[in-house]
Design a protein around this ligand. Structure first.
Ligand SMILES: [Zn+2]
Ligand SMILES: [Zn+2]
Length: 308
């Protein structure tokens, strides 16, 4: 069965970090989603901070992924102006020892609070069309993929909630189109379950579509789109504390023979981490007992003889 991983943010207090990691290992987590940011001081962590943090974390868990922030510079800047920053990010990801780094396609510097849901406003301010901005993102992403190869890093783009960043990357089909255009073999998909639920997507179909391009997950639960504010919708709850159909998720993972660790983008406080792993394991057991023979495609279902 799939190995499990959890997000563990940067923590400068070594004792607190070790206590947390010990509990996560006992619960059964093996992989970790590390952070490039010193959240307390709202800045990128320094190389020294990351070295110390990853050294401690590696004593307990295996680094798998991290999250980048911006993909491009401000929309009206020269495309190459972002590369020194991206080189620094990839260098730092390499210090963490992760395999993947996730980007939001379309996220640029200069964006204001809340504007990812009214992104035309941001682009209008810079007098840039959505089409030109998308092209800029493709160009930058391709260059990032090339730099990332030096570190053996896989770049992933994650599906975003609907109406976010002009819907440039809401569905798996959007992401596959981007991957085709970028055309670099170290670019894949990170499937974010919470975002997919806000977008009202069918989990089985989306994950099957992603297939071999699926390199990592941001799994978390919520109750779908309940507000126009993403921070309210995007609750990052543990598995089962929301209305995501995890049976469909597991079925799709079986279908595509997903082999990478399943990473949860949830808080790593003990209570959340425990609820998450308990519920995830329960869903797996229920799936085995009741759904492992279920036919997911409509044609196969119609061939079944009811009652036999
Ligand atoms: Zn994200
Ligand atoms: Zn995510």
């Amino acid at each position: 069965m799939w190995e499990l991983g959890i997000q563990v943010g940067y923590e400068k207090d070594e004792k607190k970090l070790r206590e947390k990691l010990e509990k996560l290992v006992k619960l059964g987590y093996r992989f970790v989603f590390l952070s490039l940011f010193n959240a307390e001081e709202k800045r990128l962590a320094t190389d020294e901070e990351l070295e110390k943090y990853s050294k401690i974390v590696k004593e307990y868990l295996i680094p798998y992924t991290t999250h980048a922030l911006f993909l491009t510079d401000e929309p009206d800047k020269q495309p190459n102006s972002i590369f020194p920053y991206q080189k620094e990010i990839l260098y730092k990801a390499n210090i963490l020892g992760v395999k993947c780094i996730t980007y939001h396609f379309g996220l640029c510097k200069g964006i204001r609070e809340g504007e990812d849901f009214a992104f035309e406003k941001c682009l209008n301010r810079y007098n840039v069309s959505v089409e030109d901005f998308r092209k800029l993102n493709i160009y930058v992403l391709k260059e990032i993929c090339k730099i990332a190869k030096e570190y053996n890093l896989t770049i992933t783009i994650e599906n975003l909630p609907s109406s976010c960043l002009c819907d440039l990357g809401t569905t798996v089909s959007d992401l596959l189109k981007i991957i085709k255009e970028v055309n670099e073999d170290n670019l894949g998909i990170c499937f974010d379950s919470g975002h997919a639920n806000i977008s009202g997507l069918d989990f089985y179909e989306e994950i099957c579509k992603a297939g071999k391009y699926l390199k990592e997950t941001h799994f978390h639960d919520n109750i779908g789109k309940i507000s126009n504010k993403n921070e309210i919708n995007d609750m990052h709850q543990p598995t089962g504390i929301g209305n995501i159909n995890w049976i469909k998720v597991i079925s799709a993972f079986k279908k595509i023979e997903y082999k990478n660790p399943v990473i949860f983008e949830i808080s790593s406080d003990f209570e959340t981490a425990e609820i998450n792993i308990t519920n995830w394991k329960r869903f797996l057991e229920i799936w085995e007992a009741r759904f492992s023979n279920f036919k997911w495609s409509k044609d196969e279902r119609e061939d079944m003889v009811v009652g036999t």
